[in-house]
Design a protein around this ligand. Sequence first.
Ligand SMILES: [Zn+2]
Ligand SMILES: [Zn+2]
Ligand SMILES: [Zn+2]
Ligand SMILES: [Zn+2]
Length: 349
Amino acid sequence: MKNVSLKGNSLVLTDEAALTPNLRKTSHRAHALQSFPSHKPLLNPPSINPQRPSKSNYPMSHPMAEEEEGKMAKQLGGGAASAEWGSRGEISVKIDSRVLLCRICSQPLKPPIFKCEAGHVLCSRCLEKLHEVGYVLKLGVFCVLCCKNTSYCRCIEIEEFIDAVKVPCSNKIYGCSEFIKYFQKEKHESGCTHAPCYCPENGCTFVRPTGSLLNHFVDVHGWSPTYFRYNKPLKISMALDCRFTLLLGEDQSMFLLTNTLTDIGHALTVVCVRPHQSEPSYSCNISSTCSVSGSKAEGRLVFQKDPLVSSSSLLAGVQMGKFFLLVPPELVDESSGELIIHIRIDRLA
Ligand SMILES: [Zn+2]
Ligand SMILES: [Zn+2]
Ligand SMILES: [Zn+2]
Ligand SMILES: [Zn+2]
């Protein structure tokens, strides 16, 4: 496909046969425009070839077919649909995405798809529920849009259309080049590796996938990552006023140890910076002891275990969550200006 520019709800159709009746009408209108030019002269009048064979005689990628279709698209620019033929018979179109949704539950339609006698299209889940409700209420099979009894059959033509509609991943601007069937878009994006994470620094608006975010932390904010091995304890000295400590696992997973000063001490929490809660999972132990000899608190230990480190894209900054270690002031050596903590992150099987 060439020169695809897709914005908003623009779509790519993979199958010419899947064009909706409306789009077909538009296509016919284009032929009509060529055969019967209006009295108002066109800015770029098409060259009319009386011997022009019908489109169906062209192979999909025939250069002449592409040229002719390109002219049509120009003529139709700004109309109901504009089309540009690509090398595999794909075109980009603008479409009201509601036609891709179930009329009852408004979820993306996916095969098998059904329709009532009046042509109201619905998904298999809604049809199942209608059958159940109709049985319980002794109403028989009915359509909530027709408000009367009806029968349903498979809607193969819409299934073919739905199956042919592909849309770009929402993370296209972050480097994902996937085109996904509309009804699989949410599933793809819930695991898309190009999904972005957010810089948690105050006032910073940097948003990129994790690889770029790591470079940003180092290059822009000067954070130097602490590399660690899973299942091994790690001792960290952090400045009392240091908000974030960047930890990098042996599998390049990125963790942030966040230090939040509260009225009752320093609250420490660990989060895995990644766009989705995905595998592998991690647990985390954090502890701190009083290091000031002779202090009343000497020998005292605070300890916290987070059985499942939360993953976050940091869209809303670092959230404290259920598990955090509170280091009370008496365990903090103000003279050194540092917090000494021991941390161990385990990778769960
Ligand atoms: Zn439905
Ligand atoms: Zn109906
Ligand atoms: Zn993607
Ligand atoms: Zn930043």
